[in-house]
Design a protein around this ligand. Structure first.
Ligand code: GCU
Length: 411
């Protein structure tokens, strides 16, 4: 087994706790002129735009702003889904006039209605919707999917990456009162270095040259908002309680999407790692060289140019977290997922925290990586005992975190 494979499988353990000073450079509240630190909320929008522009320039490339999506299909798939706990429906969505089309597998608790709208979790997955929601009635992607199928391989994958790597424990999600929408990211732009350009170019054709995406993370990031263009019209869901959820590569997209779209009220970015919640400059876990060689289609070319010279990059990922302030965000991690660098994510949270405090909320209220109370502040750090992957206890934490903000009187 190669050493990088060993770390990906979590055969090493992350630093047990944070030592040394919090990460603070470049300071998130540095003024853009000679006047020193930003101290007024009124100064934040300009600083925020600057940080967004820097992340576009050095990491992700442009985010496709200004492109709207609309519904071109909606059907009921199963009104007794999950042993009757919910209804399974499907929306077909068109990006712009001629951009890619994608499907949303939507599960609603039976209690959801116009008078009793359900809070919504919008998820993206590397699995096609039929595998994420375990139902063959959902439309298969044109290029086929990569998950499901049962057999020994599927069992091995679940053993390594957790029982919920393909999709959530949907009955538990429904029972807690949430609607759940899932998108197969590759329908928007393929997660494939050779074919990603097809979706990217189609999206680019719908927007102005300065907003034309070059990497799939920007395209997927906008996918959350494109789903909301349609789902927000459906009154059975509560638009004021909408969370974006993503694991790993989709966690990177969830954060970048929320940075641009304030219809997203809360974010769960699980094990988002390099190019997500973890500091590029931390030098633990996945390097810029590794990620940009393996996944050249995720970012812009500038990011790859910081390979082996991470310390030169003018912006770091604490800025990405600061861009979602003051909204609740849960950064999910596991002690043995060294590849995703939990320590770097905690320091990024510390670096982002001044933006939360400036905006008058608690922000990062946990005392360190081991403080397990994820409901203390809007900027929460979860660390579980496992490896890279999604397990029952992770979902328990995700729902506990969302409950604290979306059902405050009940938790
Ligand atoms: C790879 C990649 C990570 C990514 C992960 C995932 O391990 O190196 O950056 O987050 O896949 O999406 O599971």
């Amino acid at each position: 087994m190669s050493s990088s494979c060993a770390v990906q499988l979590g055969l090493k353990r992350a630093d047990t706790d944070l030592t040394g000073p919090p990460f603070a450079e470049p300071a998130i509240l540095s003024a853009m002129n000679e006047q020193g630190q930003i101290t007024q909320v009124s100064q934040w929008p300009e600083r925020r735009e600057f940080l967004k522009q820097q992340l576009s320039e050095y990491v992700y490339g442009p985010y496709p702003s200004g492109v709207k999506a609309h519904q071109i299909g909606h059907k009921l798939i199963d009104e007794n889904y999950a042993n009757g706990a919910g209804r399974l429906e499907e929306y077909t969505i068109q990006i712009g006039e001629n951009g890619p089309r994608f499907h949303v597998g939507l599960v609603l608790p039976q209690s959801a209605g116009v008078e009793t709208p359900a809070p919504l979790i919008v998820a993206q997955s590397f699995c096609q919707n039929s595998a994420a929601l375990h139902h063959d009635g959902l439309t298969a992607p044109e290029a086929g999917g990569v998950c499901g199928g049962g057999g020994i391989m599927a069992s091995i994958i679940k053993l390594i990456f957790g029982e919920y790597i393909e999709g959530p424990p949907i009955e538990a999600v429904l029972k807690r009162g949430y609607a759940y929408a899932t998108i197969y990211s590759s329908e928007i732009a393929a997660d494939n270095a050779e074919t990603a350009h097809i979706g990217i170019e189609k999206i680019a054709s719908q927007t102005s040259p300065e907003n034309a995406p070059v990497g799939v993370i920007s395209a997927w990031a906008a996918g959350y908002g494109w789903a909301l263009d349609v789902l927000d019209q459906d009154m059975r869901m509560d638009t004021a309680r909408t969370a974006a959820w993503g694991h790993s590569r989709q966690g990177k997209a969830a954060l970048w999407g929320a940075a641009h779209d304030d219809r997203i009220e809360a974010i769960i970015a699980h094990q988002s790692g390099t190019g997500g919640a973890t500091l590029t400059k931390s030098l633990n876990g996945e390097s810029v060289k590794k990620i940009t060689e393996e996944y050249p289609h995720w970012f812009n070319d500038a990011y790859a140019s910081y390979s082996k010279r991470e310390s030169d990059i003018p912006i770091d990922q604490h800025a990405l977290i600061a861009l979602v302030a003051p909204r609740p965000v849960l950064l999910g991690n596991s002690w043995n997922d060294v590849w995703s660098d939990p320590n770097g994510a905690f320091r990024a949270a510390q670096g982002a925290d001044p933006a939360y405090k400036l905006l008058g909320v608690k922000g990062l209220a946990q005392s360190g990586m081991k403080d397990a109370d994820i409901t203390k502040g809007e900027l929460a750090f979860q660390i579980s005992k496992g490896h890279h992957g999604i397990r029952e206890y992770d979902w328990e934490d995700f729902l506990t975190f969302l409950d604290a903000w979306f059902f405050p009187n009940e938790s």
